[in-house]
Structure formats: structure tokens, C-alpha cells
Design a protein around this ligand. Structure first.
Ligand SMILES: C[S@@+](CC[C@H](N)C(=O)[O-])C[C@H]1O[C@@H](n2cnc3c(N)ncnc32)[C@H](O)[C@@H]1O
Length: 366
């Protein structure tokens, strides 16, 4: 394809990527089942008495396959309307059903991992099972926003808050449901498609069931933990649409979408700033788009998402170095807590538990 940078080329690239994401969703079942078939094949090659001793494991694999098939049926529902979601994405050929998305766009590498990450994010953001993580990660941010902006002198509907890297949108929703104008920004189409479904198409409380950890084949005390069911949404969809008129989502790269200076009263980032190639570019943009007197509230670790990727540029400054950059950009750090216990998309029953000692800080642009 020609890449002369014209608008048409960009639109074409976006369309191809969109189709690839849909194909990757669609490929979830095949790829996930193949992983189970491989275990079954190896099991079949073991000495007969080993197979005999492992009979319960063989039946566990049947349960796992049924959970994968169920997840796939929910994915079909969630992606059904995706082709008409974005104005800026050319609709996929109307004759093509959700079972076959056009001829353009390949299944993405790490496809099943991306789908699984989205399912786990559904548990974090929109299920009662995610309540503990949300209270660790979102609650400190929400309480800080309430302390700064919820008082008699301020009408929250006049306060504009941006949540870059908003994932499936729960933090954005929680802030908007407190009366603020709140926009989530996200560039990952897996997240955008599923958040669109939850926020616009779910009609009943806990009406959908998924098995978010079914691909987690290791560190299970029992198959029940691998096949734990999670229902969503955990709050009434009516309250999602009714309580949050100030809610919006903007698709695209944070650094590209937000160029206008001095627009936002607050920028709230949760597990986001370490998604940058260059963290200073994120900090600088946050500073520019905040109004004078505005706040940047952040919670998260410094996992640096591109750190392990050979083909991607990455720097990994320590928090001490990041703090210096924050000050050089012009922020005053008003509050800084370290070792804030926070988990991210964890299966609470797994034998392996990751817990971050995150940083939580509040900065002000004077
Ligand atoms: C680790 S997740 C955190 C999601 C959510 N804030 C949470 O705490 O659950 C980071 C999110 O930021 C998004 N993201 C990363 N870089 C971005 C960028 N440059 N512009 C917009 N979104 C971005 C990713 O797609 C991902 O959904």
C-alpha cells in the first residue's frame, strides 16, 4: 500500500487495523481451543496408567473447552455492532456477518493474549469480583477529586476531568456519575469495542457471564479457579446511562488527540504513565492541557510497557528521575505516597499473585 501520509492512507490503515482486531476477537475460540488440544494430544501419548491416574484432568480439559466456547459466544455478541461503532472507521461490508469480517486485515500477533487481557479487564472494571482492585486503584483517585472539587462553591458539572488510558471506562464512569464532566481516552480497539458494548448495549444487571481466567493454565489449585465465572455489568446499565450525562469517550493516541492547551481542570491517570515510549512526553502533554490551577492525580507502578520489546523504543527512568522531570515540566507535587498496594487484573484464587507497590501523587499546575 502507498504510504504518502495522505488522509486516505491513514483511513485505510485504520480500517485494516479495525478488521484485524475483529478477526482477532473472532479467532479467540480456535486459538484457545488449539492450546487445549495440544495438552489433550500429549495426554493421549502418555502411558495408559498415567492417563488413568489423570482422568480428572482429562475431564477438567472438557470443562475448560466449554468455558472457552462460552466466552467466544459472548465475544460474538460484544463485537456484533462494532463495525458501525466509529464514525471515522469505514463500515465493514454490510453483507459480511460477524462470523466473517471482510477479506482485509490479519489476525494480530499475540491475538489470544489481547482478547484474554480484555476479558480480565471486564472482570476488573465491570464485575463485583473487581471491586477490591477498584477500591485499591480507583478509590484514592476519586476521593482526591472529591476533596479538590466537591464543595459548596463548585458546581461539578463545570469541572472537566480527563482520564487518559481509560481501559474499559469504569474510572471515567465513576467520576462522571459524581456530576463531573469526564472524558475517557483510549487507543486500544479491543478496549474500545468492549467498553462501547458495556456502556451502550448492556440492558440488565449481571446479564452476561464470562470466564476471564480460562486461558490461565498454570498455578491453579483447582480447575474451579481457572474456570471461575464472572458476571457483568455489576451495576444497572440504566444507572450507567442515566447518572452520567457528562461521560464521553475519545478514541485515539493521547499524544495525538489532546493538543489544545489549558482545557482540563484535572487529569486522572491510573496504571497509564508507564505506557509511554517517553514518559516525559506524557507528563508534558498533561501539563499543557491542564488549566492553570488544575490537578494531575496519578496512581500506578512504573512497569514500562515497551521495556521488553526489542523493536520498540523505551526509556525506564526510576520514580526519582520521573519526579525530577515532573518538576522540570513545571508541576508542583503536592502529595506523594509510595508503596500503595494495588493489583491489576488478578485472579484472586491463583497461586501466583502480583501486587504492585504503586505510587500515588497529586501535582498542581500553578
Ligand atoms: C494498563 S492499562 C490501564 C487501564 C485502566 N486505567 C485501569 O487502571 O484499569 C493502560 C491503558 O492505556 C491505554 N493506552 C496506552 N497508551 C495509550 C495512548 N498513548 N493513548 C491512549 N491510550 C493508551 C492502553 O490501551 C490501556 O488500555
Amino acid at each position: 500500500m502507498a504510504t504518502n501520509g495522505s488522509g486516505d492512507d491513514v483511513e485505510q490503515q485504520e480500517w485494516i487495523h479495525f478488521n484485524s482486531v475483529l478477526r482477532t476477537f473472532q479467532n479467540y475460540k480456535l486459538e484457545s481451543l488449539e492450546r487445549v488440544y495440544r495438552s489433550e494430544q500429549y495426554l493421549n501419548q502418555l502411558p495408559e496408567y498415567h492417563q488413568e491416574w489423570l482422568q480428572s484432568y482429562r475431564s477438567d480439559l472438557q470443562i475448560i473447552k466449554r468455558c472457552i466456547e462460552h466466552n467466544s459466544s459472548i465475544i460474538d455478541i460484544m463485537t456484533k455492532e462494532a463495525p458501525s461503532m466509529f464514525e471515522n472507521v469505514r463500515a465493514v461490508d454490510a453483507n459480511i456477518s460477524s462470523a466473517s469480517y471482510g477479506t482485509v486485515g490479519e489476525v494480530l500477533a499475540e491475538g489470544v493474549d489481547k482478547v484474554q487481557a480484555t476479558l480480565k479487564q471486564l472482570a476488573r472494571d465491570w464485575s463485583s469480583m473487581g471491586a477490591v482492585e477498584r477500591s485499591q486503584c480507583y478509590q484514592p483517585i476519586i476521593e482526591e477529586i472529591e476533596r479538590k472539587f466537591l464543595n459548596n462553591a463548585i458546581d461539578p458539572s463545570q469541572i472537566k476531568i480527563l482520564v487518559p488510558g481509560s481501559g474499559l471506562g469504569r474510572l471515567t464512569y465513576e467520576i462522571a456519575s459524581r456530576g463531573f464532566v469526564c472524558q475517557g481516552n483510549e487507543y486500544n480497539l479491543f478496549m474500545l469495542i468492549v467498553s462501547f458494548f458495556v456502556l451502550n448495549r448492556c440492558t440488565e444487571l449481571n446479564s452476561f457471564t464470562i470466564y476471564p481466567w480460562v486461558q490461565q493454565h498454570v498455578n491453579n489449585l483447582s480447575v474451579k479457579h481457572q474456570t471461575a465465572a464472572v458476571t457483568f455489568p455489576d451495576i444497572s446499565p440504566n444507572s450507567i446511562s442515566g447518572k452520567s450525562s457528562g461521560f464521553s469517550m475519545a478514541a485515539g493516541d493521547f499524544l495525538e488527540v489532546y493538543k489544545e492547551e489549558q482545557v482540563w481542570d484535572c487529569v486522572a491517570t491510573c496504571f497509564f504513565i508507564d505506557c509511554a515510549h517517553n514518559i516525559v512526553a506524557f507528563i508534558e502533554t498533561i501539563y499543557k492541557i491542564l488549566k492553570h490551577g488544575g490537578y494531575w492525580i496519578n496512581l500506578g507502578p512504573l512497569l514500562y510497557h515497551y521495556s521488553g520489546a526489542q523493536s520498540q523504543p523505551s526509556i525506564e527512568p526510576s520514580f526519582e528521575a520521573v519526579k525530577k522531570a515532573i518538576s522540570c515540566v513545571g508541576f508542583i507535587m503536592e502529595k506523594c505516597d509510595t508503596r500503595v498496594k494495588s493489583r491489576y487484573c488478578q485472579n484472586p484464587a491463583s497461586m501466583l499473585q502480583y501486587e504492585y507497590d504503586s505510587v500515588f501523587f497529586v501535582c498542581r499546575k500553578l
